[in-house]
Design a protein around this ligand. Sequence first.
Ligand code: DNO
Length: 390
Amino acid sequence: MEKTWRWFGKNDNITLDMLRQIGVEGIVTALHDVPGGEVWSFEAINDLKTYIESHDLRWSVVESLPVSESIKFAGANREQLIENYKISLANLGKAGIKTVVYNFMPVIDWIRTDLNYKLADGTSTLYFDKIRFAYFDCCILNRARAAADYSVEEMKQVNELDITISEEEKAELIHTIIVKTQGFVNDSFKGNVQKPVELFNQLLELYKGIDKNQLRANLKYFLESVIPTAEQYGINLCIHPDDPPFPVLGLPRIVGNTEDIEWILNAVDSKNNGFTFCAGSLSSGLHNNVPAMAQQFAKRTHFVHLRSTEVAENGNFIEASHLEGRGHLVELVRIFERENPGLPMRVDHGKLMLTDGETKHNPGYSFLGRMFALAQVSGIMAAVESEKID
Ligand code: DNO
């Protein structure tokens, strides 16, 4: 596999020179300054590509070329947005960048309720607490009929939390779920968000009446429009699974299990319509057998996120070590190296460790935690490579 690293552009505190020192071969990035829905010009793409190459690295993967909400809920300007998307894809293809990630999660990208969950060894990591999330849904967003989505026992715990939670904790929960986790990946929440809850509720309104079938139809429409361009320019588009891989906040989510992925890959049966195998997202759903999915979808996988989670019986989940947990990364590396060798992979979501807290970084993307994970995964790769020798 190719060792890649998510780098957030020239303003990232982690420099390309640092990445060369730790064995990174390829860069995963995006034009983070271009507002969502606008065209990525050939010049801007080529400038960044040249900058990366001047550090003896290559721009391996675009993560992400964002799909605007209007395309997801089929708003009035979807045609224009799809046209812009096709132009951006063509420009990427002309510049020689051939792997492009996107997701189709309505309103909210990845979800965590705690970005600094302390572990016994003194490090900290990302955490999803189902009751806190239900509290956000029922008592902060005050979503109509939200309670019906949770069990009686869960609602009992939500009501208990309502009595004990402080105003500071509430503000922190809102800031964590909406601002910190979304701010760097989700165009709806970029910049200085003044009233996050109001904005969030307005976005939820846009999906009134959109169920799973409708969202699937909107994804199919998008794919039928853009895959011919991807084919023409040799681009492998690869959808990222939903994180976590189940419906939330009354919104449909359509990339959470084997049947969903089969549906998407069959919707437009082209190699250019592919999958980002995010082992972390998939592993956080107890319904998913991650190695079995890797075996099934390896040939249509164009990019791999190696990370793992541990899931409690009540649905809470935590990032696991890259050597443990439901992701089974050793087995995944074996499968991908056998079925589709040489895929770009990046480690994902390192822990906060040592001096990580002293430098500014996006949640989950600290330097030392990811460097540690990359060293572990490099060891896995070397061991798997050695198994090939008779
Ligand atoms: C979070 C990431 C996601 C991912 C996008 C892909 O850390 O895994 O934000 O990049 O969903 O479009």
